[in-house]
Design a binder for this molecule. Sequence first.
Ligand SMILES: Cc1cc2nc3c(=O)[nH]c(=O)nc-3n(C[C@H](O)[C@H](O)[C@H](O)COP(=O)(O)OP(=O)(O)OC[C@H]3O[C@@H](n4cnc5c(N)ncnc54)[C@H](O)[C@@H]3O)c2cc1C
Length: 375
Amino acid sequence: MDSNITIIGAGVVGLAIAEKISEGNQNVFLIEKHPSFGQETSSRNSEVIHAGIYYTKDSLKARLCVEGKKLLYEYCRKFDIPHNNCGKLIVATTEEEITVIEGIRQTAIKNGVDDLQVLDRDQIAELEPHIFALKALFSPSTGIIDSHSLMKRFETNYINNGGQVVYGSEVTAIKKISDGYEITLLDADNSNYSFTTGKVINSAGLTSDKVSEMVGIHDDDLKILFCKGEYFRINPPKNKLIRRLVYPVPHKNMEGIGIHVTIDMGGGVKLGPDVKYLESNTYDYRLTASKQEAFYKSAKKFLPFLEFDDIAPEMSGIRPKIQKPGEPLKDYYIMEESKRGFPGFINLIGMESPALTSSISIARYVDNILKSNSV
Ligand SMILES: Cc1cc2nc3c(=O)[nH]c(=O)nc-3n(C[C@H](O)[C@H](O)[C@H](O)COP(=O)(O)OP(=O)(O)OC[C@H]3O[C@@H](n4cnc5c(N)ncnc54)[C@H](O)[C@@H]3O)c2cc1C
């Protein structure tokens, strides 16, 4: 075998896995089609360290988020990754939303997030004097992180552990062979190259369903739908009026968690992301200036100081959803595929939010799969 384990995709999840498994394994390859890491979803997101509030009890999303948040804060302190445990407010702006907030608190408690505090108007004003809310839930463990620094540290540690990274090479075919897999790459010079590997970890984000199909796994439930989210920034000086993350109560089915306010490590303040399933799976990162009215109206409910001209289009990202429009929230698909006849092939599909928060716990989970007897 040319390699013992090959990881496909150098987003935050693939990098975290690479760092973890290279601690105990020799000859690990990490393959990425772009010239550098984190060029897709991992650099187009809110960079929030989520608390684990909303997810279904006992789901991987809930468990790995609560565990991952703790591990991520520890990792940030250990390796000096810029982050800010700023906290988050979930705000109720109507009487109806006040009842929703209590439901959110109960879900959070079931997930082991037992530090949420219900705040009245005076308490809200002490934390964020410029927002409007009748009541709010305060999540003290939510924060923000510089995700580029995190990914850089994962990559550095992986390389220091002896792992090899191959950038600018796209996996185009995977064939099962007697004791592993043969992987074909298309490199930046348009040349094809094949090598053999004992195990494969598919962490290919938006095209992880396609990579899974390459080996022969065709499953309609694992088809990824591109779901775009756009952001508007709040222009200076009004960006200075908010110091914490501020969220409305979430949408039904958790397709998104509502147009919210995120702050970043550079002092920028963004509104978004919204939720729009794309008609086809195209990398459409274009910004829609005509959404300004809708963003403004949504945010104005809890940011009374906002005027229409205070916001401008900022960026977008695409969620790799396996949840179809209108369906209930779906969990991550993380599976070693022996049952389908592909031993040692581990799929990670539908790795949407909060997979940045959970990257280290996901890596541990995959490492445990590798160490378990069945693989
Ligand atoms: C709008 C938005 C906001 C979000 N906000 C948050 C947040 O605040 N907090 C949070 O925790 N999470 C958030 N997320 C989710 C988080 O960004 C993702 O879950 C995470 O980045 C997924 O990482 P990944 O490594 O799985 O995927 P990616 O970053 O997409 O990486 C996959 C990599 O695989 C590579 N690849 C694909 N196919 C091939 C191939 N055939 N050959 C070689 N390489 C290949 C790609 O080039 C890519 O680099 C958000 C996501 C979106 C879209």
